[in-house]
Design a protein around this ligand. Structure first.
Ligand code: UT7
Length: 376
């Protein structure tokens, strides 16, 4: 059995920055509304010549340089995206070609959750000994599918790419536990109505079938149901409690969702990484961009245990407990507790459920999803 150690990370965002004040000029919204309801202040938006492939390649090169690997070392490339350059060819093959790699490559679609799905998938190839070096990318130019007249969505999204290199290690490292989830019953709440079931035509385009449409309230409620619960579940599967975790890196969709999850998990916001103010929701790119920034800012370091948790279209969710670097002796001792995983899972989930009931009880007048944290 091999462990999939994360040895490199990199990110790339477009140059152009669109602030909330810029949006005030094109749609009926305000900086105050966007900041207080989402935590977003600005986002990066791709310009001419910037594509999902080009940003992925830049993020991948940064991650590979950090890991000290060259394209010939790559055994597999996994690209999580909902905004590929084309339906065909797969953007993953374009990226493989542009990197000069000679290995398998595939694109994975699981909405904003895609990167964590990719991480868990990569780890399987490494754990079995099939592959030694896997590149995982989360990349989106989602703003190409945003209706800039729809204030419900256009203020939320941004573009970017993040990448990590995962390499086989014999020492405990990398993905300790993961959970992948899907509930297609909620599919209608976040969709782009273009595809085989609704093929492109003038009528479909006139109706805006190529734009992202979202029932924000429903997705918000879903997110506050799954985020903390799934994080608690994987922390338990790793035989740990939340106190053993150094940092949680959640999908950056709404700061209020992250605040609710922190309360449900019983942790302070210091333990949550939040960078949504600068990037908005970059979908599958949000977690690898956040990981990269957390490393750059020293918010997490080699030896730390972090939890990544995503949610989004599908509706889907996924979490992973990741050991950065190699566990030290003390931490290795913790791992020997893995036989108690069943007990830990139960303990962690009960705690989250109890705190959620407490939060709901305190929000009788106002449903959970409308709780607003005011910011200047
Ligand atoms: O990554 C994929 C996952 N996506 C998400 O997780 C998004 C989850 N959802 C959310 O983050 C929130 O639901 C939103 C930020 C999308 C919306 O926040 P909300 O607190 O749920 O607002 P709301 O949809 O309940 O709308 C409240 C009011 C409405 O006006 P009325 O009906 O009360 O008069 C909206 O029309 O806010 C209005 N509104 C806006 N006002 C100014 C909606 N969007 C805007 C806007 N500017 N951009």
């Amino acid at each position: 059995m091999f462990y999939g150690r994360i040895t490199g990370w990199g990110k790339c965002v477009p140059e152009k920055v669109v602030t909330n004040f810029d949006l005030e000029k094109i749609v009926d919204t305000s900086n105050e509304w966007i900041v207080s309801r989402t935590g977003i202040r600005e986002r990066h938006v791709a310009g001419d010549g910037e594509t999902t492939a080009s940003m992925s390649v830049a993020a991948a090169r940064a991650a590979m340089a950090k890991a000290g690997v060259i394209p010939a070392d790559l055994d597999l490339i996994i690209v999580a995206t909902s905004s590929p350059d084309y339906l065909l060819p797969p953007v993953s093959s374009m990226i493989q070609d542009q990197l000069g790699a000679r290995c398998g490559a595939f694109t994975l679609v699981a909405g904003c959750t895609g990167f964590v799905y990719g991480l868990a998938t990569a780890q399987q190839f490494i754990a079995t000994g099939a592959y030694k070096t896997v590149l995982i990318i989360g990349a989106e130019i989602i703003t190409k599918f945003v209706d800039w007249t729809d204030r419900n969505t256009c203020v939320l999204f941004g573009d970017g790419a993040g990448a990590v290199v995962m390499q086989a290690s014999e020492q405990p490292s990398g993905v300790l536990a993961f959970e992948l989830g899907s509930d297609g019953e909620g599919a209608e709440h976040l969709k782009m109505n273009l595809g085989v079931a609704n093929p492109p035509s003038h009528k479909v385009i006139d109706e805006g079938g190529h734009f992202i449409r979202m029932n924000g309230r429903e997705v918000f409620k879903f997110a506050t149901r799954v985020l903390a619960r799934s994080a608690a579940e994987v922390i338990g599967r790793a035989g740990l409690s939340i106190d053993d975790v150094d940092l949680v890196i959640p999908h950056q969709a709404n700061e209020r969702i992250i605040e609710v999850a922190a309360k449900q998990l019983g942790i302070s916001m210091d333990k949550m990484f939040v960078n949504i103010a600068k990037y908005g929701n970059t979908s599958a790119a949000s977690i690898p961009i956040a990981l990269c920034e957390a490393m750059e800012e020293g918010r997490c370091k080699e030896g730390d245990r972090i939890v990544m948790v995503g949610f989004g279209a599908g509706l889907t969710w996924a979490s992973a407990v990741v050991q950065l670097g190699v566990a030290d002796e003390h931490r290795l001792a913790m791992w020997r507790w893995v036989p108690t995983a069943t007990m830990r899972r139960a303990q962690n989930r009960v705690k989250v459920a109890a705190r959620t009931i407490g939060l709901k009880a305190g929000a009788v007048v106002m449903p959970l999803y409308t709780r607003v944290t005011k910011r200047g």
